[in-house]
Design a protein around this ligand. Sequence first.
Ligand code: ZN
Length: 479
Amino acid sequence: MPYNAALAWIAANTELIDQTRMAIWEYAELGLKEYKSAALLADILERAGFTVQLGAAGMPTAIVASYKSRQEEKEKGKGLVIGFLAEYDALPEVSQAATYERQPLIPNGNGHGCGHNLLGAGVLGAALAVKAALDTGKIAGEVRFYGCPAEELLLGKVLMVKAGLFSDCDIAITWHPSSKNKVCGLRHLAMNSVKFNFYGISTHASGSPDKGRSALDAVELMNVGTNFLREHVNSRVRIHYVVTNGGIQPNVVPSYSQVWYYVRAPRRREVEEVYKRVLDIAQGAALMAGVTHDVEFVSGCSDTVPNEPLLAAVQANLVKSGGNRFTKAEKEFARKLIATLSPSPENGRQAAAGGAGGKNSAEGADEVMQEEILPDDGNRGIAYGSTDVGDVSWVIPTVIFETACWPKGNPGHSWQTTAAAGSALGLRGTVLAARVMALTAIDCFTDEDLVRRAKEDFERQTAGTPYKSPLPDDMQLKI
Ligand SMILES: [Zn+2]
């Protein structure tokens, strides 16, 4: 009955999920600035009877919303707490209408090029569906909606963990829009995101170069240094940078220059080791250029810890859900969208069929949209990206899965993703995700053994490595 109540709630409220994901898609707010998106989600949760805190861990757009069963209220919250992790931040420069032709809504504007509008709306649907299940009186416990800002800055959840917001939560469930319906058992990379500021002396670059000290020289020397460093680190380490300020014009020696680095590795310990060497290189570069420098820590996050019992529970619910069926018109839209990734129509068709880098033959019958549920391939290797879900996964058992919200072979952080996230494709994947999240939460409320095994697996995987926040204590949050 609780399962039916949750599924019936989602079936009856697909329009609410749709309206929410479209509103957040239109707001397209960047990390830490998701004011309208967070206010909308908080308002819906409050009206549904959740106790809502808008603003948490020093972020005005963070949400912690809780709903307890009647029994739980009476017993003063001794039962199980299941948390859902929502995200709703957009990306710069991928503004796009929900169409397969390049058509920015705002030139160079923000867009949901990672589909976090879907992520947030799907989690909202799951939380409200679990409330409906709790209201049957057949299960007891607390469901919590964690609205996590600034995932794209790898920041929100790290700060929320640091503030202790997960200390009384038992299990975290989340998802991410994707081109596939599958559990995510890979380990994302831990990372540090850091800006290096160099300060020199301006002068006429040609008339009196001896009087100047170039901050840009230091940036260039630092980059040369780290490029030599690459040879002497583990091959799974990733270092990338962009020069965010290289001076204004060539005849003025730059007095200020900035370079922004990401340092990634499979584990925090490795990130910290490589990061220390990068700090030394920055110092060496400043010495060589005769300038001063400081270090601005933007964010850091941990790798993700997979949880076997929870992955198995989600996989079973994905299979139970039966996947998705896209209409002919939706598939046609997907086909046209994916064709834009290639200069020639012929290559576009190949890409859609998986011939240009896809692995689609094993991914189901439809050439462009993943409709079936993929089996868990048991791969617990590296995913060469990072997510702040990692930090939650180091403090409580956490599970992530994906559903198909855009075509096979479609790259993330692209205008094509923004288009799909505003189209019918995105809605179908979101509703599927809401169902699977709600069913998995109810599994936890009804199956003590599942929760016990999830906690045991978490203890086993994290034993001997106590969690330490990647963020320095004196870090200043810039909002
Ligand atoms: Zn994302």
